[in-house]
Design a protein around this ligand. Structure first.
Ligand SMILES: Cc1ncc(COP(=O)(O)O)c(C=O)c1O
Length: 359
């Protein structure tokens, strides 16, 4: 198999020592592990005890949506991978959005799927145009893959639009795959699961609760057959998740509402701060994200997104070059604000100083 690189990941890892990280899309400085006795009576053998409980609790989390089935897996990214690997055949066509989180474009390609893209344009508020989506569907299309909220812009697609897309796809026997890793930032934000049974959702707590290192995520659907296929593939590939991580995640689920309140308050405060800066700046503009801690502003300078990121690094600030999300987004950066508010204020000030050198 021909494999490809993941430049965003490499860039973030290379520069992880930075003091003002406005590139990471996870909430940081949040303490989620409250049960310090977790190790006192822990069975380290093969056990599905925690995954069964975890999957039950995750189903409960989807509340009013009926017949939800869940497979727990080591993170949202593996969940996306198993969806591509299991539900489609070599040569099948999938439609993905652009700009996008890189693996959602490159991974299906590496797995031998045919990848077509549909634009989410800045001029349209990063909205996905229904007529363009419909025109992009061919007889060979087997899935449309969205992120909701959209990564990198943070723009959320409401239920009405999701429903229209789902209906159009259902009539053509096409699966709607939605990566909802940022959805919990949107208070009462509907899950795509609500709109139909030809929907597969992936997620994790890696972003909302800064739990990327715990490696627990899931695939959810109301289509039992699809979930059964993914269960089978999971057993062949990895048997189980880390039981310790499952136990920790169960713990977090107990405190989910309290944690969500804390995280959403941070996101809102930080959003206001970033908005204040951007709206008062002549160097940068944005489509305000619906909620959450990621955004994809556009800057006005002759430099490339990579040059801007490199220049910011000299001042100890990390931002993600827009080109990592789409080649034609070289006048954007992904600006994240899940860090503590004091640090964010300094990071923004430094970035603003860099931009003033363009005057
Ligand atoms: C849209 C999206 N999906 C999945 C992931 C990876 O999630 P996890 O760490 O849970 O595998 C990321 C991380 O940046 C992401 O942005």
């Amino acid at each position: 198999m021909k494999t490809t690189t993941f430049p965003l990941r490499d860039f973030l890892v290379e520069n992880k020592e930075v003091n003002f990280d406005l590139a990471s899309s996870s909430v940081s400085d949040i303490s989620v592990i409250s049960d310090k006795n977790i190790f006192s009576s822990f069975d380290t053998g093969y056990s599905d005890e925690y995954s069964l409980e975890l999957e039950r609790k995750l189903v409960d989390m989807y509340g009013k949506v009926n017949d939800v089935e869940i497979v727990s897996l080591p993170g949202a990214q593996i969940s996306n991978s198993l969806v591509f690997l299991t539900l489609f055949d070599h040569g099948d066509e999938v439609l993905v959005e652009s700009p996008n989180y890189e693996p959602l474009v490159k991974l299906p390609k590496q797995l031998g799927l045919k990848v077509k893209t549909i634009k989410r344009r800045y001029e349209n508020g990063f909205d996905l145009k229904l007529d363009e989506l419909q025109e992009s569907i061919s007889k060979r299309t087997k899935a449309v893959v969205l992120t909701n909220p959209h990564n990198p812009s943070g723009v959320f697609m409401g239920k009405e639009k999701l429903s229209k897309i789902q209906q159009f796809l259902e009539e053509r026997d096409i699966v709607l795959v939605v990566d909802e890793i940022f959805r919990d930032f949107v208070k009462d934000g509907p899950s795509a699961l609500e709109v139909g049974r030809n929907v597969v959702v992936t997620s994790s707590f890696s972003k909302i609760f800064g739990m990327g290192g715990i490696r627990i995520g899931w695939v959810a659907s109301r289509n039992e057959g699809l979930i059964e296929k993914i269960h089978r593939m999971k057993y062949h590939m990895n048997l189980l998740n880390s039981t310790l991580s499952e136990r920790m995640t169960l713990n977090v689920l107990e405190n989910r509402e309290t944690l969500l309140t804390e995280v959403r308050a941070l996101a809102q405060t930080n959003h206001s701060m970033v908005r204040g800066w951007i709206e008062g700046s002549k160097h940068i503009e944005w489509i305000p994200p619906s909620a959450g801690i990621i955004s994809f502003p556009k800057f006005r300078s002759p430099c490339t997104s990579y040059e801007l990121a490199e220049r910011a690094l000299k001042d100890d600030v990390l931002v993600s070059p827009g080109r990592f999300f789409s080649e034609d987004c070289d006048d954007h950066i992904r600006l994240c604000f899940g860090i503590n508010t004091q640090k964010l204020a300094i990071g923004i000030q430094k970035l603003s100083m860099v931009m003033r050198t363009w005057d």
